[in-house]
Every structure is written in structure tokens, then in C-alpha cells.
Design a protein around this ligand. Structure first.
Ligand SMILES: *Cc1c(COP(=O)(O)O)cnc(C)c1O
Length: 227
């Protein structure tokens, strides 16, 4: 799949992107393995949502960016249970909640600290041994238990298609995600309030938006390739 070409400086690329994004789509700039100067440059261009994959890396960057208090930090990478507390302390959103066990742990920690983080459930709509996440059937059976976790704002889902799919196959994955999302929205859960469907990265975000994404997570197309 070819990446859409944005050109020019970082502010130019951000502006070009903004012109093409529907107003309901939120841009998370993914800055893993990129220096804090790039975060500052994107911030100066108006970006306020930043995504990182590792708790420790984010913690170090946040310490250097303490003068930018209105950033919303998004955790995108797999979270180990023993880092759950740190994740709560350093991120406003967790896109990568991938098990009932982790959810239960986060819920208890959030209750103890009077927090209510926004979390998204990571779901795999195709089998993929390289990724974490629920498969849709397993999630279906865990939803009633997740609905009981009142100290988490379980606000939607995140999905990543497997590598190497065609455009048509990738679009089909996103459409399956959108259908599942709608089914949960309409199921009448008390606590689960699905508003956000986080899907779409540098190589596939136009397809994700076409299928109904509300949050795209872009790294390379904004900041260049990672080492
Ligand atoms: C790295 C990463 C991204 C950004 O990927 P790009 O291909 O650089 O746009 C988005 N989401 C997750 C979960 C990631 O790990």
C-alpha cells in the first residue's frame, strides 16, 4: 500500500493533513523513538494529542515537556500488568487495553486514586500472532464483566490490521471493526460508552477513515521513518 504523500516541513504536513481530515476525526501524533523537539514542533503547529508506545519513554519525555500542560497523552503499546500504575499516572488515554485481567487491575488502581482514565479495547479482527488484543468472540463474552468496571471510562476500541494485506483486505478489516463497534454501541450496556474507534496509521489511515475511524494514530507520515 502506498503512503499518501504529505510534503514540506512538519507544520506544512500537519496543515495538509488537517485539510483532508473530516472534522470528527481526531489526530494522535505518534512520537515513539522521536525526540522531544519534534513533539514541541508538532505542538507549535497545533497538535495536542501525542501517542507513545512505552511508559518509560513517555515518562522521560513528559519530564522535559512539563511546560506544555495541555497535552493529552495516549498509550498505544502493550501494557504489562506490573506497569499499570505507571501507565495511569502518565497517560490520559490507554488504547491498548487487551485483557479482562489488565482491565480489572487498572479499575482497582483507578478507584484507589479516584481516577477514571479513558481506555479503548484492543481487538484483533483477523488472527495475528504478532499482536495483542481480544478476538471479537472472546471480547463478546467479556463485555458484561467489563461493563462492571465503573472506574474506567471504556470509550471504544482500537484495532491494527495484520501486515501485508491488500487495500481491499485492509478496508474489510476496518469495516468489520466498525460493525462490531456499532453492535456494542447499540447493545445497551450501562457503563460501556463507545464513542471512539481508533484505527488508521500512516499506511492505511484513508481506508480507516472511509470505514468510520474517529481517531487516527500517525507516526512516520508526520515525523519520518523510525530508526
Ligand atoms: C507505531 C504505532 C503507530 C504509528 O505508526 P506509523 O506507521 O508510524 O504511522 C500507531 N499505532 C500504534 C499502536 C503504533 O504502535
Amino acid at each position: 500500500m502506498t503512503r499518501l504523500s504529505l510534503s514540506g516541513s512538519l507544520p506544512d504536513r500537519i496543515a495538509q493533513l488537517r485539510q483532508t481530515l473530516p472534522p470528527h476525526v481526531r489526530l494522535v501524533a505518534v512520537t515513539k523513538q522521536k525526540p522531544v523537539e519534534m513533539i514541541r514542533a508538532a505542538y507549535a503547529a497545533g497538535v495536542r494529542d501525542f501517542g507513545e508506545n512505552r511508559v518509560q519513554e513517555a515518562e522521560e519525555k513528559q519530564a522535559q515537556l512539563a511546560d506544555l500542560p495541555d497535552i493529552t497523552w495516549h498509550l498505544l503499546g502493550h501494557l504489562q500488568t506490573n506497569k499499570a500504575l505507571k501507565a495511569l499516572e502518565h497517560f490520559h488515554w490507554i488504547h491498548s487495553l487487551d485483557s479482562l485481567k489488565l482491565a480489572t487491575r487498572l479499575n482497582r488502581l483507578a478507584e484507589e486514586r479516584s481516577l477514571r482514565p479513558t481506555v479503548l479495547l484492543q481487538v484483533k479482527f483477523r488472527p495475528d500472532p504478532n499482536k495483542y488484543g481480544w478476538d471479537p468472540l472472546e471480547l463478546q463474552s467479556d463485555l458484561p464483566a467489563l461493563d462492571q468496571l465503573s472506574h474506567l471510562a471504556i470509550a471504544g476500541m482500537m484495532t491494527i490490521p495484520p501486515l501485508g494485506l491488500s487495500e481491499a483486505e485492509t478496508l474489510a478489516v476496518f469495516q468489520d471493526a466498525q460493525q462490531f463497534f456499532q453492535t456494542v454501541q447499540q447493545a445497551g450496556y450501562r457503563n460501556l460508552a463507545f464513542h471512539h474507534l481508533s484505527m488508521g496509521m500512516s499506511d492505511d489511515y484513508p481506508l480507516a477513515i472511509q470505514a468510520g475511524s474517529t481517531v487516527i494514530r500517525l507516526g512516520r507520515v508526520l515525523f519520518g521513518d523510525r530508526p
